[in-house]
Design a protein around this ligand. Structure first.
Ligand code: SF4
Length: 338
């Protein structure tokens, strides 16, 4: 077993305590088909998980899948109590959890702080009031601002989750949301393209034709425009696209799902950068181009099914593009062969 690994122990609390029914959310349906989570089960899961990690590992306990702070207080505290021995013994460095912006206040944050919670991730989805309303989020943009300020005031690390392509969304609104999120100075973000999952209200809208999800190419393009804004602001991007799992794949009815969605986005970002660089080179038609890149970037540079290479050839009328691995290179360098 490796030493000093970062280990995340997830405790899934699907839809528990959440009185809402956001149109994209299938947590209620999932929780109906699963054995309900209980503090006792969480205790057992933690015991089992901690028996497999080394004392040298950096361990974090993560309560995910619902709105943790909307769980009735007594029960929420039982979950925190299940994690407490590991925090007290120093075997876990902290707890992270996800919740809704309108489900926190001074009282709940002081409880979380006392129990060793370090990171709070807020499901924000959008900073556009119309998108929030159409998604039936049940909270306002002002709730988001207030929640972020409170999370900061109590000294937690702040994570923000956003969703692109919800009903009423547009590329401009998603970019505005990203700019607004950056102003809130989160430590980290997760970006998800909206997918239509079985049993959700969004599925009904899709089936009756009143909502059309982004197609894969649009979703990749939107994310490829949004991501660099966060990177430029120095914000850690924890995830792009939902984590692939058999359960997720079985649930997706429609929408821009791809098991390597993040890779597609990174590849599109590189395509944009290469295009900017070629524009600067003032290249003439029928020339040959060599792209050197680090071995680990090769597949992103080439793109899935050689998409980037074919696009560049077509766009600039190039005769040929040769991609070569060069570990001394940065992301890439271009050379015209004539
Ligand atoms: S607040 Fe979260 S858990 Fe509740 S319905 Fe919305 S997305 Fe699902």
């Amino acid at each position: 077993m490796g030493r000093n690994r970062h280990v995340n122990i997830p405790v899934f609390v699907p839809h528990m305590g959440c009185p809402h029914a956001c149109i994209f959310c299938d947590q209620k349906r999932i929780s109906g088909s699963l054995d309900p989570q209980t503090p006792e089960k969480a205790r057992t899961l933690l015991e089992e998980s901690f028996s497999t990690v080394s004392r040298d590992d950096h361990v974090e306990i993560a309560f995910f899948g619902g709105s943790f702070t909307a769980i009735p207080e007594k029960e929420m505290i039982s979950y925190l109590e299940a994690a407490k021995p590991y925090i007290d013994e120093g075997r876990a460095e902290g707890i992270r959890l996800s919740t809704r912006p309108d489900a926190i206040d001074h009282h709940v944050l002081s409880i979380l702080r006392d129990y060793g919670v370090k990171v709070i991730e807020l499901g924000v989805q959008s900073l556009d009031p119309d998108v929030l309303a159409k998604s039936q989020r049940g909270h306002s943009v002002e709730d988001v601002f207030a929640a972020c300020a409170l999370v900061r005031e109590y000294g937690f690390s702040l994570g923000i989750q956003t969703m692109l392509g919800l009903p009423g969304d547009s590329l401009e609104k998603s970019l505005e949301t990203a700019r607004g999120v950056i102003d809130l100075k989160p430590d980290m973000v997760r970006i998800y393209p909206a997918l239509i999952l079985k049993g959700t209200l969004m599925e009904e809208l899709y089936l009756d034709g009143s909502y059309k999800p982004l197609d894969l190419d649009e979703a990749v393009e939107w994310c490829a425009q949004v991501l660099p804004l966060y990177r430029k602001a120095g914000i850690t991007i924890l995830r792009i696209g939902l984590q692939t799992s058999g359960t997720l794949e079985g649930s997706v009815v429609a929408g821009p799902y791809h098991p390597a969605f993040g890779e597609l986005v990174e590849s599109r970002i590189l395509l944009k950068k290469m295009t900017e660089e070629i524009d600067r080179l003032d290249i003439s038609e029928n020339t040959r181009l060599v792209i050197k890149t680090r071995p680990e970037y090769m597949s992103r540079i080439i793109g899935q099914n050689r998409r980037n290479i074919e696009q560049l050839k077509k766009q600039y009328g190039l005769k040929d593009i040769h991609v070569a691995a060069d570990s001394c290179c940065g992301e890439f360098s271009l050379k015209i062969l004539g």
